[in-house]
Design a protein. Structure first.
Length: 209
């Protein structure tokens, strides 16, 4: 361009961003830094054992969070029970049966949760139990009976005795006996250890529920 007889050059300033957009055709790279981060879409809950338990019995649960594509998602879950009177759950997902009933156990992160049902049945224990003495041992080594139950100690020809450890509600000891059956009632709940003092290492336990 000539102005007053002089030739001047007019420079066209182009924005670097516009230049890049023009070179790339104005599109965007979906795999680049601008790609949306994955978000939590689901939490699946499973048990390492049976979900039908009895009071005092536990089962371990695990939670697997995933995103919308099914890939594992790193997040912390919070465990809860909708019926703690039937079953409680710890911060690590360990469920413990409390009483007969059903509890929905949930693992939650934000608004996403996964749930599994746990069934707690009534624990039933016998009202009678026989304790035999084969060789120098009691059989069974652990007897579980209901409160108010009766245990029958069947003594063989070889003499034994039954001496209970000090515990509230423990029945009277049984002196040296042979070739006979002696019964004891258990009116209190608890754990009652006993031994035969005539033979070292001859011991067992009765648990009253």
């Amino acid at each position: 361009m000539q102005i007053n007889g002089r030739t001047t050059i007019q420079a066209l300033m182009v924005s670097p961003m516009l230049f890049l957009a023009a070179c790339s055709g104005g599109g965007s790279d979906s795999t680049g830094p601008g790609q949306p981060l994955p978000v939590l879409a689901s939490i699946s809950v499973s048990a390492t054992g049976s979900t039908s338990i009895t009071p005092g019995i536990g089962v371990q649960l695990s939670a697997v969070p995933k995103d919308a594509s099914g890939a594992l998602f790193n997040t912390t879950v919070t465990w809860s029970s909708n019926n703690p009177a039937a079953a409680t759950v710890s911060a690590s997902g360990l469920v413990l049966g409390v009483a007969a009933g059903t509890a929905a156990i949930s693992a939650r992160s934000g608004t996403i949760a996964g749930t599994i049902n746990v069934f707690v049945g009534s624990a039933t224990f016998p009202l009678t139990q026989d304790i035999d003495m084969p060789g120098l041992s009691f059989s069974p080594l652990q007897a579980d009976i209901a409160q108010g139950g009766v245990v029958r100690f069947n003594f063989p020809a070889l003499a034994h005795n039954v001496i209970f450890s000090a515990a509230t509600g423990a029945p009277a000891d049984i002196g040296v006996s042979s070739s006979t059956t002696v019964s004891r009632s258990f009116l209190a709940k608890g754990t009652f250890n006993y031994t035969c003092t005539l033979h070292a290492g001859m011991s067992a336990v009765i648990i009253v529920h």
